[in-house]
Every structure is written in structure tokens, then in C-alpha cells.
Design a protein around this ligand. Structure first.
Ligand SMILES: Nc1nc2c(ncn2[C@@H]2O[C@H](COP(=O)(O)OP(=O)(O)OP(=O)(O)O)[C@@H](O)[C@H]2O)c(=O)[nH]1
Length: 690
């Protein structure tokens, strides 16, 4: 098999690239030419702009000079020194305004400088060119045509800078008033160095590296620069004859080349890119092209040999090296793909891990939120409990302040219920009391019906609990009492509050019982159970202050107690006292009176009101029992007592006790005189003595 050589392939390649390169070169040249032309046009327009600017500037300047020439101050300034300072001031303003002017002179007709601003005086007076200009102006004035002249001067003193070249503007000064008489009065001379004009032109120029020159004649084109010229005409109208200056704007070939290259660089880049793309396309489609050529070549060969047989696929080029490269690249790509796969798997694993963490985080957040909520609820509950407890404590304090020491059970319960309700516990409750010393049950309730409570009072607490009720027993000594609660929705703090109220209630009742007992024993004789001296004195005091104070008083003193104590002991003496007390109590039955033991062996019977009328009955009973023996401590013993009596019919109330004592004493005396007898008469008239 015949194969195409590498040379043939390269040839095809070069044949394709050559026209492209030629085309590219032509295009490049065209671009370069175009860019150069554009830059030259730019230079030209720059020169044009500079010229325009300078013409405008100089036009304004000539106008300004003409105005200044006709100004009264200037005209008078020629003749009068009085105007000197004003003229200077105007000159200064003028030069400041027209920066191209370096100096201004006011010159009299005879050529002497009268006033000036900037520059030197002498050079003006000496300068021949200026003198000639002034003479021409003088003559021209006479012919009535011209007012000013312009000329190019070269003077080292008048134009000290640059190449000492400049323009001189001369205007004749004349006064309308004096015109007929004197004609030209003087001249105004403005010196404008070329340097100033160039500076002005450069200021107007937009091109950074351009060179601007002014010259009277068209300068030769220097090979080192690409130049454009513009003619600047000065003084055509007001300053005849005019002169022409040439402005040259130029650029060095190096900077021009750089600028051109800069301008066409993007296009060249595009072109190179285009060629590269073309080459890439060619390379990629190289194998199919080769096959096509190969097939074509085979057909031609077979046609030449007259063996146009059935076409078979033939290989015309060995790309062993390329194949190896491709295989190598394939294996590398496979490796990279597997690495990529691994990385992807790792990334997927990390993503899963991240999801798992996020899920855990979310769960943690949820549990935290739950805990925070739980804590908040607990706190709210605690606050609620605290509030309830506070209310309960407040009401307990108010209850203590509201309850008097001796409140009745009814008042006590009413007050407790009122304060319990104020606690706002909002549970039905009932309080049931059965005080030991009160005969009937006392109860009060709220939220229960009376019919519900009454049958429950006898029930056991277990039964009550089963019935949905809860009982708090009141503490002893009260015993018979509960606080009864509805156990539905009963909360701990409510129960605790109720218990506090129960304790308060029990405490109060205990105090009240103790106080009552103390009061009782303070007024009671412990041995006999009769009222004592305090009770007697209290009764007497009450009786004394009452309006109806009718009273009869028996004073009874036991005989021989000391002896009995001494002989048989105090036990027997106590028995004697109890016996006498019992006998006196019996004597008093059915009679409106009260009995007291007011001293060791001293008793008192006090009759009040209608009881006084029963005195006789009592005396009779006393006489019956006055000397009756009794069994004392197991032995028979004589018992007797002496009695004295006084009542308010015959005795003042305050002396009742004294008089009764006196009568009793008399009887005692008699008793002891007749130890075994009693004088009856003593009891008959007891109102005075017994
Ligand atoms: N056993 C006993 N003796 C008492 C009690 N109170 C006082 N006495 C005694 O009673 C006696 C009273 O003495 P007196 O006033 O002389 O009485 P009397 O011995 O009965 O003499 P007359 O009153 O003159 O008849 C004293 O010795 C007291 O100590 C008591 O509660 N029990």
C-alpha cells in the first residue's frame, strides 16, 4: 500500500497557510496605512484648532487695543502726568487679561515713552522698526485710512526670551475733540513675543507629544518629523497690511510608529486568534481530510492501472505515535475520572455527614427548645404557686388582725370563710366545728349545699375521699372538726393553703379555750369549786354600780379548822372545808343567790334582788345543818360554823361585809363560850348581827 509522506502533509498545510499569511500581511499593511492617515488627520485638525484659538486670541487682542487706544484716560495720559497712575493701572489690567502681551507702552508723537507696563523704555524709543511704523501710521492717519500696524520684530531687549522674535502692535491715539487741531496725539505699542504665542498654542493643544512652531515663512519639512502646517493671518482688518505666520504641529516618526502600532494592535490580535482557530480546525479535521485524500489517491491509482475494483478500506497513514499518545491520554483521563469519582464519593460522604450533623443539631435544638419551654412552664407554675401562697399569707395576716380574742364560733367561722374566699383558690370547701364545750355543731360552707354536708359529718375520711372529698382535721384540743374540700382539681399549694388556715383556726381556738380556762380558774376556788375572793369582789363591784343593788350577805366561818389541821392533818381540814361547802350549796338550792369561798375557812352567800326575800328560808336551812357531824378522813367529827348576816335594807352597801363579819364574830364568840351550843337568837336577827 502506498502511503502519503510527512512532506506531502506539510506541503498541504503550507499551501493552506501561505494564502492566509499573504492575506494577513496585506490586511496589516492596509491597517497601518489607515492608522497613519488617521493620525496625520488628527495632527492637521490639531493645527487647525491651534490656529483658530490663536486667531481668536489675537482678534480679541486687536479689539482690546483699539478700545484702549480710544479711551479717554489714555488720550489724556499722553499729555498729563495726572493720569499717569490710572494709565498704569489700565495697562496692568490689560496685560493680565491678554497674557500673550509682554509689555505695553504709551508713546507721545515725538517718540518718547510716557507710560509703560513691563519691558524697558529705551529699546522702544531706539527701535528703528517701531519708529518707521509710527511714521507710517502718522501719514496713514492723515489719509484717514488706517488706525494700526503690526510687524515682526527681532530685538534682544524688547523680546528677551526664546529666539527674541515677536510681534509689535502699534495703534495711533487721537482725540475726537482735538483731532482737527493736532491729529495723532501718540501711539500705543504692544509687544507680543512668539514664546508667549507658542505657550498659548501649546495650552490650546490636546496632543501630548505634538510640537508647535511659529514662523514668518513656511519652514522646510524636516525629515525627523511628520508635520502639518496652518497659516495664521494677523492684522488683516485693523492692522494693515497683515502678516502671515505658519503654525507647525508635528510628531516624531518613533512616536508616530508607536501610536500606529497601538491603534492596530487589537486588529492584529484578532487576526492572530483567527489564524490560530483556523489551524485548530484544520488539525482537528486533519484525519478525515487524510482519509479523503487517501481514498482519492487509491481511486486514481486503480483507474490508472485499469483495476477499478470494489473499494476497500485502506489505511494510508500510520499514526502509531499519535495512537500511543491518544491511548496514553485516554488512560490518564480514565485515571483522572476515577480520581474525580473518588473525590465525588468523598464529597457525597461529607455531604451525608453534614446532613447528619445538621439533623443532630436540629434534634438538639428541638430538645433544647423543649427544655426551655419546660423550664418556662415550671417557672410560670412556680410563680403562680408563689402568687397563691402570697395571697394565702396575706389573708392569714389579715385574718389574725381581724379576729378579736373572744370571738364567738360563728363570727370566727364567718371571718375565716371570708378570708379563704379572698384567697381566690376557687375550690368548694366547708368548715365543720364541734367544739367540746359547745352543745351543737357549728359549720359553714361555700360551694357545698347544707344537705351535702350534714350527712357527711359523721362519715369516715376514707368514705369522704371515695366520695371525691378531702378532709383536713382541725388540730386538738378542738378535735371535732374538719375543713372539707372538693378533691377534684385540688392542687398542692391550695391544699397547703387550706392546711395553713386549718392550723390558724386550730391555734386560735386553742388560745381561746386556754384563755377561757385561765379566766375560769382565776375566779374559782380549787378546793371546793366555788367562786373565790376575786369572783366575789367582782360580783360586789358589779352590784354596787348597778341601779338595783338590793343584796343580803351571809358570812360563814368554819369553827376549829386550825385545831383539826393540827390534830388530824390538812387532809382532814380540806375534807371539812369541802363538807361545809357542799352543805352550803345544798342550803342554797332553789334560792336566788351565789356562794363563794373567800378565805381559808371563810364562805359568803350573796342574795341579790328577789333572793333577799328568801333569807328566812336560807337561815332555817343553815340552822339545820350548822352543827351536823360528818365523817372526815374516815372518822366521825363535829362540823360547825359561825354565821353573820347583813343586808342592804338596813346597812349601806359598802358596809355589808363589815357588818356581816361583825355579827359572825359575835356568834363565834358565843360558840366558843358555849362550845357545844348555838344561840338561836343570833340567827333570828341577822340583819344586824348573828
Ligand atoms: N386544811 C386546810 N386548812 C386551811 C386551809 N386554809 C386555811 N387553813 C387553816 O385554817 C386555819 C384557820 O385558823 P383560824 O382562823 O384560827 O380558824 P379556827 O381554827 O377555825 O378558829 P376560829 O375561826 O376562831 O374558829 C389556819 O390554821 C389555816 O392554816 C385549807 O385550805 N385547808
Amino acid at each position: 500500500m502506498i502511503r502519503l509522506s510527512r512532506f506531502f502533509i506539510g506541503l498541504i498545510f503550507c499551501m493552506l497557510l501561505l494564502p492566509l499569511s499573504v492575506l494577513g500581511f496585506i490586511h496589516y499593511q492596509g491597517l497601518k496605512e489607515f492608522a497613519t492617515q488617521t493620525l496625520v488627520t488628527e495632527l492637521n485638525s490639531e493645527a487647525f484648532v491651534i490656529r483658530e484659538n490663536l486667531e481668536n486670541e489675537l482678534g480679541a487682542l486687536t479689539g482690546g487695543l483699539r478700545l484702549l487706544t480710544g479711551h479717554e484716560t489714555i488720550i489724556k495720559g499722553i499729555a498729563s502726568l495726572y493720569y499717569g497712575s490710572q494709565v498704569r493701572e489700565r495697562f496692568e489690567n490689560f496685560v493680565n487679561r491678554y497674557s500673550v502681551v509682554s509689555s505695553l507702552y504709551l508713546v507721545s508723537r515725538d517718540g518718547r515713552v510716557r507710560e509703560h507696563f513691563g519691558g524697558k523704555i529705551r529699546p522702544v524709543e531706539r527701535n528703528q522698526a517701531i519708529r518707521q511704523l509710527m511714521t507710517r501710521l502718522d501719514k496713514a492717519y492723515e489719509s484717514g485710512v488706517l488706525s494700526g500696524r503690526v510687524a515682526v520684530i527681532e530685538d534682544k531687549e524688547l523680546v528677551p526670551t526664546g529666539d527674541h522674535m515677536g510681534l509689535v502692535f502699534i495703534s495711533s491715539i487721537s482725540s475726537v475733540v482735538v483731532r482737527g487741531a493736532d491729529g495723532v496725539q501718540g501711539f500705543l505699542i504692544a509687544i507680543i513675543p512668539f514664546d508667549n504665542l507658542l505657550a498659548q498654542a501649546n495650552r490650546a493643544s490636546h496632543m501630548e507629544r505634538s510640537t508647535v512652531e511659529l514662523g514668518e515663512t513656511l519652514p522646510p519639512n524636516q525629515s525627523g518629523f511628520i508635520s502639518q502646517y496652518q497659516r495664521l493671518q494677523i492684522g488683516e482688518k485693523d492692522y494693515a497690511p497683515s502678516i502671515n505666520l505658519f503654525i507647525r504641529v508635528s510628531r516624531s516618526p518613533e512616536s508616530m510608529r508607536d501610536a500606529v502600532n497601538e491603534a492596530i494592535r487589537p486588529f492584529i490580535s484578532y487576526q492572530v486568534i483567527f489564524l490560530l482557530v483556523l489551524m485548530m480546525v484544520f488539525i482537528f479535521s486533519f484525519r478525515p481530510i487524510l482519509r479523503a485524500f487517501n481514498a482519492l489517491y487509491g481511486i486514481i491509482r486503480r483507474m490508472e492501472a485499469g483495476q477499478l475494483v470494489e473499494a476497500t478500506t485502506s489505511r494510508i497513514w500510520e499514526f502509531a505515535h499519535t495512537e500511543r499518545l491518544l491511548i496514553d491520554m485516554q488512560s490518564r483521563i480514565r485515571q483522572q475520572l476515577s480520581t474525580l469519582e473518588e473525590n465525588n464519593q468523598q464529597l457525597a460522604g461529607m455531604a451525608r455527614e453534614k446532613d447528619r450533623y445538621l439533623e443532630e443539631l436540629s434534634l438538639l435544638n428541638q430538645s433544647l427548645e423543649g427544655k426551655v419551654q419546660e423550664r418556662t412552664n415550671k417557672l410560670a407554675l412556680t410563680l403562680q404557686r408563689l402568687e397563691i401562697s402570697n395571697r394565702i399569707f396575706n389573708q392569714l395576716i389579715h385574718l389574725r388582725q381581724a379576729l378579736p380574742n373572744d370571738a364567738s364560733s360563728e363570727l370566727l367561722l364567718t371571718t375565716v370563710v371570708k378570708h379563704l374566699v379572698a384567697c381566690e383558690l376557687e375550690i368548694p370547701f366547708a368548715i365543720i366545728l364541734q367544739p367540746a364545750n359547745e352543745p351543737r355543731q357549728v359549720y359553714t360552707h361555700t360551694g357545698f349545699t347544707r344537705d351535702t354536708i350534714v350527712p357527711l359529718q359523721a362519715a369516715t375520711s376514707d368514705y369522704l375521699f371515695d366520695a371525691g372529698l378531702y378532709t383536713i382535721p382541725l388540730p386538738p384540743p378542738f378535735g371535732g372538726g374538719w375543713i372539707l374540700l372538693q378533691s377534684d382539681n385540688l392542687r398542692e399549694e391550695m391544699l397547703r393553703g387550706m392546711m395553713l388556715f386549718a392550723r390558724e383556726l386550730g391555734g386560735y381556738l386553742e388560745n381561746r379555750a386556754l384563755t377561757n380556762r385561765l379566766a375560769f380558774w382565776a375566779r374559782t376556788d380549787g378546793l371546793t369549786g366555788l367562786g373565790n375572793r376575786i369572783a366575789f369582789d367582782q360580783t360586789m363591784a358589779d352590784l354596787e354600780t348597778s341601779l338595783d343593788k338590793e343584796a343580803g350577805l351571809f358570812l360563814i366561818d368554819v369553827n376549829g379548822l386550825k385545831e383539826l389541821n393540827d390534830t388530824r392533818g390538812h387532809e382532814a381540814g380540806d375534807a371539812l372545808l369541802r363538807t361545809v361547802a357542799e352543805r352550803l350549796r345544798q342550803c342554797l338550792q332553789g334560792i336566788n343567790g351565789s356562794l363563794y369561798r373567800i378565805g381559808g375557812d371563810e364562805f359568803v352567800i350573796l342574795l341579790e334582788g328577789e333572793g333577799v326575800e328568801q333569807k328566812g328560808e336560807l337561815v332555817a336551812r343553815l340552822q339545820q345543818t350548822q352543827f351536823q357531824p360528818a365523817t372526815l378522813a374516815g372518822r366521825e367529827h363535829g362540823v360547825s360554823f359561825s354565821v353573820g348576816y347583813a343586808d342592804s335594807h338596813k346597812t349601806p352597801f359598802s358596809l355589808l361585809y363589815k357588818m356581816a363579819d361583825k355579827a359572825m364574830y359575835q356568834q363565834k364568840q358565843a360558840y366558843y363560850e358555849h362550845k357545844h351550843g348555838v344561840q338561836d337568837a343570833g340567827l333570828e336577827d341577822s340583819s344586824e348581827s348573828v
